[in-house]
Every structure is written in C-alpha cells, then in structure tokens.
Design a binder for this molecule. Structure first.
Ligand code: FAD
Ligand code: SF4
Ligand code: SF4
Length: 663
C-alpha cells in the first residue's frame, strides 16, 4: 500500500463555514494507507502548496489527496505541486468538498449528514489514490500551419494575427469574396465610422499577406486528425473563370446580358450571371453563376468569353480538391439572420414590399448600394417620411422558440433611426421595443442621442402590419401606457435576430464540435475558455459562437489567434495521458466501441497474434488514437469484453471508489 497524505482545505468559509475540516482530517488519518492528514485555510495558496511539498519530503508521501474544490479549478495546480515535490503528477486525487458538499448543503439542519458525506468523499478519493499508477504524457510534432474557416471580420482578424506572428494560414471562405456581413454594413455604431472603410483595408491585407493562402468560393469538406496534426480537404468550387489569367478589368460583368436579383444586396439590386459581389470584393475577379448563365440555360451566348481580353473564361472548369495539413483550426463561420418570413406572417412577408429587414436597410443606405445611398420605399422608389422599426424579430421571443438576445439589434436599430432622421428632413421614426440593451462602450450615450434627435420609442410588441392605401398600418400595444397604438408608416424595418450560419450543423459534425441549444458552437467554458472547444486544437472566433457586435467579434478573433500561436509556436505537444487504452489480448474486435466515440478516435487494426504452441494468426482489434482521444470514457462502457480502460479512471480504480463509498 503506498503512503498517502490528505490535505483538507477550508476554502475560507466556503467549506470551513459549513464543514468541520479538522474533524474530516482527523477521520481521514484512519483510512487505509493514510500516513499523514492535515487541514489548512487555503491549500491552493503559496503556503498551502508549500505545506504539501514539505509533507511529501518529511513523511515520504507517495500519493496525495486534496479535499477542496472542483478539479476543473485546481487539479492542474496540484499536479504541478506534485511535480515540484518529485512525484509523478498523476499520483494525485481530489475530493470536491465545495461544489459537491458545502455549497449544496449549506442548511444547518443537515450539518451532520453533510459532514458524513464529506468524510465519504475523502474516503473515496483515498481508495482511488491507493490504486493510482504513474502516467506520462506523449510527445507529438506540430504542423505550424492554421486553417481558418470563414472570412468575415472574425476570420480576417484571426488570420492576420496568426500570420503576423510568422505562422502560415489557410483562409477558406465559401462566398466569392471575403468580408462577411460586416462589409455589407453602411456605418457602424456607436461611432458611425464607415464599415467598408475599416474592413476593406483588412481584406486587402489578407489577400496580400505573404503568410496567408486565401481560398474563396471554397469549402472544407473533410477534417481528420488531431491537435497539432489535422488533415483537411478543401473543395475549390469551379468559378468558370481562370483567376490566374483574369485581370479584373470588368468587361465581362458589365456586358453580361443576364440580370438576376443580387444576393449581396439582399435582392434590392441586380447583377449579371458573371459577377463580382461588390466593387471592393477580394478577390476582385468574377465567378459565373451557372444556374443563370444564358450559355448554360439556353445553350447560346458566350459573350463574356468573346469579350474577355485575357481568355480567362473557362466554361469547362471543374471543382478541384486540395488536401492540406494544419496544426490548428479556427472556426469563424459567423451568423445568419432569422428567417422571419417563415414565422412572422403577421408582418406581411411577400405581400408588402415596404417591409424590409435591417440588413436590407444597410444596403439601401449605403452609398455603394443598389440605390446609391438613397433611402426609398421599394414599392415606389419614393422617400419614406414615416418609418417604423420593430425590434426583437426572432430574438427574445419564447413563443417562436428564440429565447436569446441577438445583442446587436437594439444598437443597429438606433443607428438606422439616426440615419433616417439625419437624411430625411421632417421624417418621423417610431421604434417598437421590449427592452433597449446598450451594454457596450459609448452605446447608452448613442441611444440617448438618437432619442434626443426625435426617435419615438414605444415599449411593446407589434401584433399586425396591414396595408391601407399607400400606407402600412402598424398596430401594436404600448405596454407602458397600456393602450393600443396604430401608426401609418411608409416603410417598416424589422430587426431580425441572429441565428447560426447556414450549414453550421455540418461544420460541427465534420470537425466534432458540439452546438449549444440554439445551434451556435459551444465553447469549452463560458467564462474561462471562451475561445476553445472541447476538441483540442479547434478554436472559435466571432458570431459562430453566439451573437456579438464587431468589437467583441474582433476581440474574440484575436483571442483565438493568441491561443493558436501559443500552440503552434511550440516544437512539439504533450498529449493528455488520461486517454483510453485497449487491452488487445482481451479485445474481440467487435468494434462496438467505435461508433460511440464522439471524437472518432478508435480505428480497427490487424495484428498478428502469436500464442505458444499455435501458428501465428491475424485478427482485428480496436486501437485508440491518443491524439484524438479526449478521455470521455464512452468507449469503456460500450466494450462488452471489458478490454478498454481509461487511464486515470480504470475499472479497478472505479470499483475501489464504489467499495469505499459502500462501506
Ligand atoms: P460573419 O460576418 O457572418 O462572417 C462569417 C463568414 O463565414 C461569412 O463570410 C460566411 O460566408 C463564411 N462562412 C460561413 N459558413 C462557412 C463555411 N462552412 N465555410 C466557409 N465559409 C463560411 N456590429 C457592430 O459592432 N456595429 C454595427 O453597426 C453593426 N451593425 C449591424 C447591422 C445589421 C443589420 C446586422 C445584422 C448586424 C450588425 N452588426 C454590427 C453585427 C456585425 O455584423 C457582426 O458583429 C459581425 O459581422 C460578425 O462577424 P463574423 O465574422 O463573426 O461573422
Ligand atoms: Fe477577368 Fe476577362 Fe472578366 Fe476582364 S473580362 S474581368 S479579364 S474574366
Ligand atoms: Fe473516444 Fe474512448 Fe477516447 Fe472517449 S475515451 S474520446 S470514446 S476513445
């Protein structure tokens, strides 16, 4: 039996205010193997750690148990203390007396039971500690290259930061240009600086950066591997234009005879079948939309090929695949907008052209947009005099399954209200709202300024929008005054909330990252690990993790870049030794474990078995890829032969814990 030391922590009054720590330490001294037991106010503090180091030496301790808080908080701290004491860091076990006992049983009427539970938790930890085995992290080399998926402002910022640190970056964007939603905006709240003026220089910097390889009109189709060593397959969609020949002269897209609604301008303008999404697109070279190309639909035209001075048009171009190796992945796939047309029938989708969304308004008010910056009713082209804004369309609406706040709509509505009042003299602006949330720097001041400019805020929901002659009547309730209101508007602008980008579920499946209940990607910890995921080497940037404005998006993108640099600037990585291991002698090769592994860490391998007195025979067994395994333990439960054990949580150790609790 190894010599075990027990250290019971008070965590100030968190544990000490509820439990009798000296009594726990005293009782622990009688558990099998325990040669030293003590208590201390804060074991994680500097003197607390020294207490352990000294006790290991003085009492020749071989295993250490700390009874304190959650392992999530301090397990690593104490492992380092063991390392400093000369012990294998995995000769350590923790009993969680805080989250599992004192915090959940603060009631004085159950003190005695809480005390007994605490003693049991320590007994369990001691039983496991007696059976701990030394574990050693493996070493794996690192590919010093990073894949960024999504080229909005999050992807752009994170790619630039990683590339500036001297690392290679592959940036993959599915649209023909980078820029994402930000580049569609006109001005940005609260400073009202021009969105394109601050984002297009960054887009150009990406295209020109020697360390960034840009793939636009491309998608990542497959990801395998593990932290430090991922393999990805990128599909470069056919553009039908050879970009190595194209000089971006624009002859083709100005002369294409086709006109279709322009998706970049959300249907407010038109483009050709060969097009660039907007004049400052990066790359500034066109793609052909084959679905609408006249040569493809009617078998004749070919105008662009005839006119192109460089012979760049290639109608026979095919999709191409590029296989790459990267050490880390940053997902920056952004957000989409709530499909209000499917759910808010009462706002008149498809019937009233003058009901538009906030993003459509951004395009309309933009000097390089389809109306040249003129605010006009889509139905008549006339300037609207009365504009009603409806907030929280697809946000904070439990009845439509969207409980969360989209975090930027209150502010962009205030911005739009300001733009109407500024650009249309004598105009009236009404905003229906639930609450106005102005959490950012300078936001509250901006909102007050817009109210002072004359925007009328009405607290309440809109029940209906209907047409009366040339006007749209917006009927709603003013919940502050307790009365019905009806406003005759020329235009209605909906603040549609943010939803995960189209295809987010496919990305989640492909890379193995969970989604939260709303479909955004789940960070590893909401406070302490907000840019990491539970898959080692995969990080999140921007709104793909949850709605956020541009400052928060950019901060998170730089945070993800810092994490990637911290990872890729090492020569090699230490792997987590708490992974599953297959006992090949027991494994029957049934592979029941393979489908349950969420990280695709288990693969079949053929081994040659040599048993005494028998000819060698080949058979299939399961093998765990230690780089991929995250130590969740799911496979150990699925294995009927009991052939898989999770290191640090072996069956022997778990049974000893159960036995200790059932004493
Ligand atoms: P996105 O801009 O959505 O970029 C994501 C990119 O990833 C896109 O280019 C997309 O095509 C690409 N992508 C998605 N899936 C894939 C895939 N599978 N493979 C490859 N590429 C993929 N914020 C402010 O701070 N100030 C404002 O004034 C402001 N005004 C706004 C006005 C409106 C109407 C709206 C709707 C939002 C506004 N915002 C504003 C919020 C702002 O748009 C976001 O904070 C910002 O655009 C988020 O950037 P992102 O890179 O996370 O996402
Ligand atoms: Fe490029 Fe040819 Fe079109 Fe000019 S005409 S933009 S060179 S494809
Ligand atoms: Fe996959 Fe098993 Fe590792 Fe979990 S413990 S990640 S199931 S191999």
């Amino acid at each position: 039996m190894p010599r075990i030391g027990v250290f019971v922590c008070w965590c100030g009054s968190n544990i000490g205010g509820v439990l009798d720590c000296p009594a726990i330490a005293q009782e622990a001294a009688s558990f099998p193997g325990v040669v030293y037991s003590t208590e201390y106010k804060y074991v994680c503090s500097d003197p607390g750690q020294k207490l352990i180091v000294d006790a290991v030496k003085e009492h020749r301790l071989e295993r250490v148990v700390v009874a304190s808080c959650s392992p999530r908080l301090h397990e690593e701290t104490f492992r380092q203390v063991l390392r400093r004491s000369g012990l294998n860091p995995y000769f350590f076990e923790m009993a969680n007396l805080r989250e599992h006992c004192s915090w959940v049983h603060p009631d004085t009427t159950v003190r005695e039971q809480a005390q007994r539970k605490a003693v049991d938790l320590v007994r369990r930890a001691v039983a496991k500690a007696a059976r701990l085995e030394p574990l050693f992290p493996g070493k794996i080399p690192v590919v010093r290259r990073c894949l960024v998926i999504g080229g909005g402002i999050a992807g752009i910022q994170t790619a630039l930061d990683v590339a500036d640190a001297g690392l290679e970056v592959l940036l993959v964007e599915r649209e023909p240009t980078i820029g994402g939603n930000m580049v569609k905006l006109d001005k940005t709240f609260p400073t009202l600086d021009c969105s394109a003026c601050i984002s297009t220089p960054k887009m150009v910097a990406v295209a020109q950066h020697p360390n960034i390889r840009l793939y636009t009109y491309a998608q990542v189709e497959e990801v395998t591997g593990y932290i430090g060593n991922f393999k990805a397959r990128i599909r470069q969609k056919a553009r039908y234009v050879d970009h190595s020949k194209c000089n971006g002269c624009g002859t083709c897209w100005t002369r294409c005879p086709v006109t279709v609604p322009d998706d970049f301008n959300l249907g407010l303008g038109e483009r050709g079948a060969i097009y660039i999404p907007f004049p400052q697109a990066v790359p500034n070279k066109p793609v052909i939309d084959l679905e609408h190309c006249r040569r493809s639909t009617r078998g004749k035209c070919g105008a662009c090929a005839k006119l192109c001075p460089t012979g760049a048009i290639d109608y026979e171009q095919k999709d191409e695949f590029v296989d790459v190796e990267v050490g880390a992945i940053i997902v920056a796939t952004g957000y989409g907008l709530f499909p209000w047309e499917k759910v808010y029938g009462e706002y008149g989708y498809g019937r009233f052209r003058d009901v538009i969304t906030g993003l459509m308004f951004e395009r309309m008010v933009n000097a390089s947009g389809p109306t040249g910056g003129k605010i006009q009713r889509p139905s008549s082209g006339k300037e609207p005099k009365t504009v009603v804004f409806i907030q929280c369309v697809g946000s904070r609406d439990e009845a439509r399954g969207k409980e969360y706040c989209s975090r930027f709509c209150c502010m962009y509505t205030a911005k739009h209200a300001h733009q109407i009042l500024e650009k249309i003299p004598g105009s009236e602006v009404y905003v229906f709202y639930i609450d106005v949330r102005t959490f950012g720097k300078g936001y509250e001041e901006f909102y007050r300024r817009v109210r002072d400019e004359g925007a009328v805020y009405i607290r309440g929901r809109v029940s209906k929008v209907y047409q009366d002659g040339s006007k749209l009547i917006v009927r709603g309730a003013d919940t502050l005054l307790g009365e019905q209101v009806e406003i005759a508007a020329d235009m209605v602008v909906l603040a549609t909330g943010a939803v995960p980008a189209a295809g987010a579920a496919d990305v989640a499946r492909m890379i193995g990252i969970p989604q939260d209940k709303d479909g955004f990607f789940q960070e590893a910890h909401p406070k302490l690990r907000p840019v990491e995921t539970h898959t080692g080497g995969v990080y999140l940037a921007g709104t793909c993790q949850g709605p956020k404005d541009i400052p928060d998006t950019v901060s998170q993108a730089s945070g993800a870049a810092a994490k990637v640099c911290g990872l890729l600037l090492r020569d090699e990585l230490e792997t987590n030794p708490l992974v599953s291991k297959v006992n090949e002698a027991l494994c029957t090769g049934c592979l029941a474990c393979q489908p349950v592994c969420p990280y695709r860490a288990i693969q079949p391998v053929t081994i040659t078995e040599r048993l005494p007195g028998q000819p060698p025979r080949e058979r299939v067994v399961a093998r765990v890829n230690e780089g991929l395994c995250q130590g969740c333990g799911a496979c150990t439960v699925a294995c009927r032969a009991g052939a898989i054990d999770l290191k640090g949580f072996t069956n022997k150790q778990l049974i000893a814990e159960v036995d200790a609790l059932c004493l």
